[in-house]
Design a protein around this ligand. Sequence first.
Ligand code: FAD
Length: 417
Amino acid sequence: MSETIPHQCDVLVAGAGAAGLAAAHAFAAQGRKVIVVGKVETHLAGRTVALFEGSLRFFRALKLWKACEKHASPMEGIRLIDDTGSIFPTQPKEFRAREIDLDAFGQNIENNVLVAELAEAARKHPRITLIEGLLDGFELNYSGARARLGTGEWIDAKFIVAGEGRNSQARQVAGITVKTWTYPQVALTVLLKHEKPHHNISTEWHKRSGPFTFVPLQGREGAPHRSSMVWLVAPREAVRLQALAPEELASEIQDQSHDRFGHIELDGPVGAFPMGALKTDKVTGLRLALIGESAHLFPPIGAQGLNLTLRDIASLVDCLENVDLDEADVISRALASYERDRARDIGFRVNGIDVLNRSLLIHALPVDFARAFALNFFSAFGPLRRALMREGVTPHGPTPKLMRQRPPVRRPTPAQS
Ligand SMILES: Cc1cc2nc3c(=O)[nH]c(=O)nc-3n(C[C@H](O)[C@H](O)[C@H](O)COP(=O)(O)OP(=O)(O)OC[C@H]3O[C@@H](n4cnc5c(N)ncnc54)[C@H](O)[C@@H]3O)c2cc1C
């Protein structure tokens, strides 16, 4: 073991994506000595994450949001437009954060910026060591856990957080069963500059191939109106669109958006992400817990992925608060409540998004009718409508400590209103 790499820690976090880095900060804030290992990837084309109120509270509580805030754009409203051509069309629906006493549902930020800021803060944190490499072996024992770096060196830990994404090796070593499936869809992502303002409203067209979404992004010099786009299309269509010249693709995007934002130009490279889903039979093992895409994966509908992950982390940190990590039995008892808490939340999102996504892909009148009925029903009745909005932003169930602190609501001054 080289002198610069410590070989012992309380918590070893596998994976240095948004999930792993956020977990490292949360455990360090609990006073644990943390080692986080993974490649810090900041070249994800066109990807942003819309972080809802609970996630913003999480980052604020850990004093991580200040550095990100200047890059983020608020989402004050969400507009849903039925563009399926169904014979049961629904009128466009608009939901406002004000209806549930929030200034904004959340903030949209580039993935790359968020990961870079979390990594930078980790490098400076006195209780976190960030090792930019890969792990290629795990051992989980009653007396302790350890993981092997690609260099052959071992790191001893009392507890392992598996945040290395969908192909998690730690999950496999822990004997956790995983069920995966795919969808005939690819998510095309790109940042856009457009002529007309988004007014901080996210616009989602529901098309037969899946959602086509513009999420507000902060403007910059020379490009005052910007959004990030996520467009779910059939794999063959994704190949065709990616082969277009930038101005041709921009023109197709403008057509698909029915010219709502006027002239459109691409503002960066185009990303393509095949759609799949994943769920596991449990989220804990001996001295180990899964977080993020190691534990759940689903298409980007309703911006739930990283928001759910941050709830994993906040819940895990609560469960292990004041737990002596030397004691395997004590850890196991504490993890039972993590298992219970996550089963509900993860099951609800993975299954709910699966149903929603399939309801767009299946061309059948009864399905079209059920989708239109459900949307009209939920949006027409005030209490149901607000419950639906709250569920997306700060889900029901016990709120973990890192997500409890509400910022004061900024009411408009008489001059503004
Ligand atoms: C198009 C699209 C749009 C999305 N929009 C939203 C949104 O608006 N809101 C939202 O909440 N979510 C959204 N999501 C989901 C969100 O982006 C993901 O949930 C999140 O980025 C996953 O982060 P992660 O850290 O769990 O996984 P990853 O980003 O996959 O990170 C895993 C990390 O582990 C590392 N790793 C892998 N193997 C090893 C190993 N052996 N040893 C060490 N490290 C390893 C990898 O290098 C990587 O750094 C979206 C997803 C897509 C595809």
